[in-house]
Write a protein of this length. Sequence first.
Length: 320
Amino acid sequence: MSVRTVKQAIKKFNKFLITSHINPEGDSIGSQIAMASLLKRMGKEAIMLDDSPVPQVMRFLSGSEEIFKEMPNNFNFQAAIILDCPDMARTGRVSGYIKKETAIINIDHHISNVNFGKFNWVDPETSSAGEMVYDLFKAFKVKVNIEEAAALYTAIMTDTGSFRYSNTSSKTHRIIAELIESGIRPHEIHTKIYETSSVQDTNLLGEALQTMKLTDDGKIGWLWVTKEMLKKTKASLEGTEGIINFARSIDGVEIAILFRETGTEDRVKVSFRSKGKVDVNKLAGVFGGGGHPTASGCSVFGKPEDVEKKVLEQAKRALQ
Ligand SMILES: [Mn+2]
């Protein structure tokens, strides 16, 4: 299905719930804000409801303050637009509010998407959900305003690693050019998102870098964020984002892995990044996770040393 299918679906309904995945990042927040704004400008009712709070660094975006954490009373929506989620479980608590009769509109760019909606528009060739929402503005012939442009710029910038990853296309840059013409200042958005980290988060990075190891052939690089490190540095969980890129950026590394200890249970969050030769969506799939061919993740239960061993074994296999 395409943008046209979603356009037709949207026309049918008047009240929408918009959501995205747990632990949202730039693409989920930015695409939701722009989507909600588009619907409202077309005279429709829409609210945004997320499982987890908006990350601190994205609260400058106008519209981010409208993302609900709890379902408001008496909002009887007919359709739910789910952005940037490969499956329903990724919406967390929000899935509990979606009834059988709700029309689900699934807009996503994850190759692992399971087409869980009544209307599915899944395009793994696209850089971000933000780019897809932009296509909807075009389809409805609505000109993006400055607030929407800031949200979409944030979505596309973060999901393309600031236009460095292989998902960046000439179309991406054409869209960005149009967003800039609507009056946003890219350097200001970049500074707000990437140059406002706390000293605690930077100290955590220092601790994590001490744990970095490489396989003998130098093709796999991995590092750890432990519970102890988080306690010692008082860093935020958000502060662990981006640490994996230090392993990925080493010359010769094909697969970067970040292991993060979670709460009290024996569960380790594992993130993967690939330079392109290895499909880490498949690699995460071995452990029930997924994502994109070059960026994915999963959760693995077990003692940290056992998890590391299991994951490295599979990563080595994926390299062969
Ligand atoms: Mn995304």
